[in-house]
Write a protein that binds this ligand. Structure first.
Ligand code: E4P
Length: 217
């Protein structure tokens, strides 16, 4: 499973990247706003830091302007994936931009039918939002499984990018289902290391190290 980090915070990306945990980055307008940075400037910095795809989202809602914005975003670096919303205009923009050889991430996906349309329009990534479905008492993981099943039936090449991940369990469940990629905030990726038995075991070892005065250096 590829790991994308869902943030526009350079320091957080750099820390995870140094550990080999970053196969790509996703941003969205809310994350750009949170960073307080100019979208072009911060996206350029992220692209220079990370080798894999960096998703940068268009701001327009009509296809022609989305295409123009997508072309401008793609000029930032070769690893830009233009992010477009899952609307009819977004699909038109996806078709044109992917036809030009640009990576396209179709975002705000909430149904398998939407995911089929994105694949037909040539999307590189489809981003089903798990947490936002859970927020309205639906099961976001059912959507990941549904899309995996449909895509496998027809060998669609579009990669399933499990998004809106809010917990370490979301990561594991997405991996069990076979999502190609997951994108999560840095805090969720870091939370994957936690286990109470690891803490308990380490406490016990530290006590014995102190009691026996074990020294290596
Ligand atoms: C990723 O591409 C999405 O923008 C992001 O995962 C959304 O997450 P949220 O629903 O927690 O805002």
């Amino acid at each position: 499973m590829k790991f994308f980090v869902d943030t526009a915070e350079i320091d957080a990306i750099a820390e995870l990247n140094d550990l080999g945990m970053v196969d790509g980055v996703t941003t969205n307008p809310s994350l750009i706003k949170k960073s307080g940075r100019d979208i072009i400037e911060v996206t350029k910095e992220i692209c220079a830091l990370v080798d894999g795809p960096v998703s940068a989202e268009v701001t327009a809602t009509d296809a022609d302007t989305m295409i123009a914005e997508g072309r401008k975003l793609a000029e930032i670096a070769e690893n830009i994936a233009v992010k477009v919303p899952l609307t009819w205009d977004g699909l038109k923009a996806c078709k044109v931009l992917s036809g030009e050889g640009k990576m396209v991430n179709v975002t705000l996906c909430f149904s398998a039918n939407q995911a089929i349309l994105a694949a037909k329009a040539g999307a590189t990534f489809i981003s089903p939002f798990i947490g936002r479905l859970d927020d309205i008492n639906l099961d976001g993981m059912d959507l990941i499984a549904d899309i995996r099943n449909v895509y496998d039936n027809y060998a669609f090449e579009t990669q399933i990018l499990a998004a809106s991940i809010r917990s370490a369990n979301h990561v594991l469940e997405s991996a069990r289902i076979g999502a190609d990629v997951m994108t999560a905030p840095p805090a969720v990726i870091k939370a994957m290391v936690n286990h109470p038995l690891t803490d308990k075991g380490l406490d016990a070892f530290l006590k014995d190290i102190a009691a026996a005065e074990i020294k290596i250096l």
